[in-house]
Design a binder for this molecule. Structure first.
Ligand SMILES: [Zn+2]
Length: 330
């Protein structure tokens, strides 16, 4: 029996003014590329190197949403595997970078080469949504031992008030400040205090990245950029709530990233959430930005307390649908 396996994980869903590569995995390998045909069900895209095969280049001709469908000769696939996307104008986000050193100008929180690596990783992730982050001017340094290790209480970080007033190189864009550590002292329900390690703080005026946090990795900066663009954390489970994601991927859980349901049978919603850039736990391998909202555990702060959501009708805002592509810190 001939079998089709199309791995339609949430992947690069958005094409831009340049061509983007789309890949579909069709088994068995004996099905020739000439039997696999891509068409645009709607939208202004073209296939500059042809529309046959497992790999095609898709070129955006005009801005707007599109849908790609794949037909495989003789298989009568219903529904046809498909990708939703959008042709977007490329956006460049200027970022003012500050690195905090000790009072004597020693021990910077991060080396300049590592900053470059963080930006490369962020640009790898944000290529999916036609965005580029660029350091404005050169890296700025400030000598403030008292800013290297920030301690907050119940997610209030008073030290950042002054720190986030560090000037920006230019009016537009983001303010990114590298420090050593952030800890957050939380009062638990029974009144005891516990200290937790935080890798990043994202506020209206800036991002503070804790490079000495155990969970800091190259993708951490990209994740905080996601917050600056209005996206939220998504979890499978969290110690602050009993709610938890279980079960398979369904169309209702990823309505804009479903692709016809050609997921491997053993892949769960939890597996998928952990691929997302906005997955709230540290995981170096994450980085996907979906097209739409995704079913998962997420929270909003309402009147100072966390309200948790786990509801198919109220998916987590972790995709292009909720993305502000012109983020700006005050
Ligand atoms: Zn986060």
């Amino acid at each position: 029996m001939r079998k089709i396996v199309a791995t339609l994980f949430i992947i690069a869903m958005v094409s831009f003014a340049f061509s983007a590569q789309y890949v579909i995995d069709i088994k068995p390998d004996t099905i020739p590329d000439s039997d696999i045909t891509w068409t645009a069900a709607y939208g202004n895209v073209s296939f500059p190197s042809g529309n046959k095969g497992r790999v095609v280049n898709v070129q955006g001709e005009d801005t707007g949403k599109f849908k790609l469908e794949i037909d495989v000769k003789g298989l009568g696939l219903n529904p046809k595997p498909h990708f939703y996307g959008e042709v977007l104008n490329p956006e460049t986000v200027p970022v003012t970078v500050w690195v905090v050193r000790d009072d004597n100008g020693n021990s910077p929180a991060i080396e300049a080469t590592k900053v470059t690596e963080c930006f490369s990783k962020a640009n790898w992730a944000f290529e999916q949504v036609a965005m580029t982050y660029e350091i404005v001017g050169s890296i700025n340094y400030t000598n403030r031992s008292d800013w290297l290790n920030i301690v907050g209480t119940n997610s209030i970080y008073s030290q950042t008030r002054e720190m986030f007033r560090l000037p920006k190189n230019g009016d537009r864009g983001l303010r990114l400040i590298f420090i050593n550590t952030v800890s957050n002292v939380i009062t638990t329900a029974n009144g005891s205090m516990i200290s937790t390690s935080v890798v990043g703080i994202s506020g209206m005026r800036g991002i503070a990245m804790a490079t000495k946090a155990r969970s800091f990795s190259l993708i951490s900066v990209a994740h905080e950029f996601g917050h600056a663009c209005g996206l939220r954390d998504i979890y499978v489970r969290n110690s602050r709530t009993a709610l938890m994601v279980t079960g398979p991927i369904t169309e209702a859980r990823v309505p804009w990233d479903w692709g016809g349901g050609y997921y491997p049978a053993d892949v769960t919603q939890s597996n998928l959430i952990q691929r997302l850039l906005m997955y709230g736990e540290s995981l170096e391998g994450k980085g996907d930005i979906p097209t739409g909202r995704v079913y998962g555990l997420w929270y909003e702060v309402i009147n100072g307390s966390r309200v948790w959501h786990l509801n198919e009708a109220n998916g987590a805002p972790v995709g292009v649908e909720d993305l502000d592509r012109n983020p700006n810190h005050l």
